[in-house]
Design a binder for this molecule. Sequence first.
Ligand SMILES: Nc1nc2c(ncn2[C@@H]2O[C@H](COP(=O)(O)OP(=O)(O)OP(=O)(O)O)[C@@H](O)[C@H]2O)c(=O)[nH]1
Length: 186
Amino acid sequence: MTCTPAAAAAGDGEASLHSPPCSPSYDLTGKNKVVTVDGARVKLQIWDTAGQERFRSVTHAYYRDAQALLLLYDITNKSSFDNIRAWLTEIHEYAQRDVVIVLLGNKADVSSERVIRSEDGETLAREYGVPFMETSAKTGMNVELAFLAIAKELKHRAGRQANEPSFQIRDYVESQKKRPSCCSFV
Ligand SMILES: Nc1nc2c(ncn2[C@@H]2O[C@H](COP(=O)(O)OP(=O)(O)OP(=O)(O)O)[C@@H](O)[C@H]2O)c(=O)[nH]1
């Protein structure tokens, strides 16, 4: 579950996306997932790169047609965070111009091993203009939100009228996301 680009492709008018989140308790990969957005059902088709990213063997074709990409790093693993810039550069070059990108700092539940501060994730996300949240595949923190935010963005794009204001995914995520508690004293 490290720095994983997840891809997406559209099909039959349904929003679909590939994603990485995979987890001990909230394993969402390789499955279809239906999210209800404003009463409408949005079907997300999810793919995981399944570790290929570690060998830099994720081909461009994998995410070239994606509608959304979830980029994960592990907050306990600095190299996974450092790899994100390279992925963002690559995505910028090879993915769809309007691909929805969400940055996730996973394993937020293991604060004792944290090496990447939340602020570092926030700063990187701001630099690239993408929404950011920390997640835990173990506790489920913000996992549903990541999918819901993407589903909302894709649905708004699909059904948007000319004068309608666009959905602001970053504002939405900022208003909804849970933050890990900063300190735990035993
Ligand atoms: N505590 C904690 N452990 C996690 C979390 N997410 C994944 N893990 C653990 O981290 C290890 C690696 O998780 P995987 O989901 O296999 O990681 P991965 O990098 O996606 O592995 P590949 O599918 O091979 O790419 C496993 O032992 C998981 O149980 C999390 O949010 N919190």
